[in-house]
Structures are given as C-alpha cells and as structure tokens.
Design a protein around this ligand. Sequence first.
Ligand SMILES: [Zn+2]
Length: 292
Amino acid sequence: MPHHHLRLVAAFIFQLLALSAMAQTPRIATSILPLQMLVKAIADPANPPQLILPPDQSPHDHLLRPNEMRVLRNSTLVFWIGPNLEGFLTRPLAALPKTTQVVSLLQRTVRPSAPLADDPHLWLDPILTASMVEQITATLSKADPAHRDTYRARALVLQRSLQRTDKQLKKILNPIRNKPFIVYHDGYQRLARYYGLNLVASVSRNPNRPISLRRLQEIRHIITQQRVSCLFSEPQFPSNSLRPLLQDNLRIGILDPLGVRLSPDRQTYHQLLVQLASDLRDCLTPKRLSEN
Ligand SMILES: [Zn+2]
C-alpha cells in the first residue's frame, strides 16, 4: 500500500475514534423546559441537558437568539418535539453538522394516524410522556452505551414517579370533569382527552397573533350558551388579549404548561403537572378558595 494511502487510512481511523469519543459523552440540548425536566431526570447529573427556549417565551412564536444558537452548536444531541411546536428550530436544526443527532419526539412517539396526531403538546398526556421517556432513554443508551445501565435505572425511577403523578392528577381533576371551560391557547386537547375534561373551546392555535372579530364572537356565544365559568390564559400571553371576552360570571385562570412560574428548585415534571391540575381545579371550583 502506497505511503499516502496509509496516511489517509490513519486519518480516517483517527476521525472515527474522535467521532466515537464524542458519541460517548453526548452534550445534550433540549428545546423546552418540560423536555429538559424529563431528560434531566434520566441523563448523567454531571452532564445535564441545556435548555434552548427561555420558558417565558412561547415556542409557537419565537425567534432563535444568538446565545440559543450557541447552545445548539455546542451540543451533539438535541431533543425537541417537532416543527408543529418549536417551528423556530426547524431551519437551525437542519443547518447543524451531521455529527449532531436531532431527535423529534413527536415523530418518534405519535403515529400519523393517531387521534390529535398534529397536536404537539405531548407532555400533557401521561401515556405519551411515558413513551417519550422510553425514546429518550433508548437514544441516550445508544449514544453512550457505557452508561446504559445508569440511564435505564434512572428512567425506571422516573416512570414510577410519572405513575404517581398520573394518580394524583386523577384525584385532583375527577371532581371537575363536567365543568365546562375554555382555554385561550389550543394546547390542552390531549390533557382534556386523557382526563375526560369538559374543554368546550380553544380560542386560538397561536395566541400571540391577534384574534379575528368573528372568532371572538363565536367564543362569546359559546361562553353564554354553555355557561362557561372559566377562561384560561398563560403567563406568555398579554392579559389585554382577553379583554374582549370578559363578561359577568366568567373567571380568568392562568395555566402554566411550560413551567415558567415554578421556582428553580421545583422544576420537575411532577410539579409542573400538579400545578397545572390545581390551577384548573381552583378556577373551576372557586368555593375551595374561600374554604382554604
Ligand atoms: Zn402550545
């Protein structure tokens, strides 16, 4: 074999080794806080996943900032839901080097024929959350086989905790199953479907954009006809957007599906879901508030 061929082969082997070394210690990035919570519970605590989207921003309507691009560039493994949720990541992710593994959890866990297949709010459905945990664990184990057992063990603990969360949510939500409510942001169909809640309408798919007059009239009509007592907004949306819908006997509640209001020491998936369920209950059963 000619000498320069040997050198090429050596360079190739060196590159392979470098690639496999990188693959063993994934530098992980996650798109939104709920995903970071799940991945953090499985990943090596010494190597926690970085967060791309600040939780005070809506993933539906965000523009990637330079520091967020740096997080992406520094990672070798990116978890996101998919273009339906974090549309702002679609192009930046496509532009990353081939060595960066990008995992869309919507693509991995939802069949295109499944009900609500387009709804990207997967973490509000316990069954899909459990499948996401499986996908995350499988991906980490493949990228870093040396620590496979640790990932599996941590995932098992997380799955058990998810089951407890689900039980607690059923307890909180069962008493309000029949109470009609409206959400401003169309992000709760999965939650309502799983827990059998009476979600009668969602005002908008993208609440950061202005709502048409016609839609406002429709919603006002639904509120009166179905005797809706609660309308839920989110911390990310301007409160004046709700003003045209305010009327007597309609209470306004805030739901926090991204966890922006959780204090840093309570940023777990369990806290996120329990808080969400409690906020639903507290608005729909106002008597509880005065009793407490
Ligand atoms: Zn959403």
